[in-house]
Design a protein around this ligand. Structure first.
Ligand SMILES: [Zn+2]
Length: 96
């Protein structure tokens, strides 16, 4: 993934992470940009249905609806986390 495409993913992350159930199945997995973990599609067991009928997958680790279909590069996920969850301390960090 080149840096321009990576930037698109970072900026579009909130949109890409909604209604993504079928995309995650097609990509055989996803990455979570809240807890910055990746996993196969079969690990995802929870989801919720949007008001428009789209199905949004929830992270099997943290339960947040911040999954990006087919994104397994933790550097991209970390960049999304920093962009959208800047107040959230990454898992594994100690203190400030
Ligand atoms: Zn997560």
């Amino acid at each position: 993934m080149d840096s321009e495409r990576q930037g698109d993913v970072v900026e579009d992350a909130p949109r890409l992470s909604r209604g993504n159930w079928s995309q995650i199945g097609a990509a055989y997995g996803a990455g979570c940009y809240f807890c910055v973990r990746t996993f196969g599609a079969t690990h995802i067991r929870t989801y919720h249905t949007e008001s428009n009928g789209d199905i949004t997958a929830l992270c099997p680790h943290c339960g947040i609806d911040s999954l990006l279909a087919g994104v397994f590069d933790t550097k991209v996920l970390a960049a999304c986390c920093e962009r959208w969850f800047s107040a959230h301390a990454p898992i594994g960090s100690e203190g400030e």
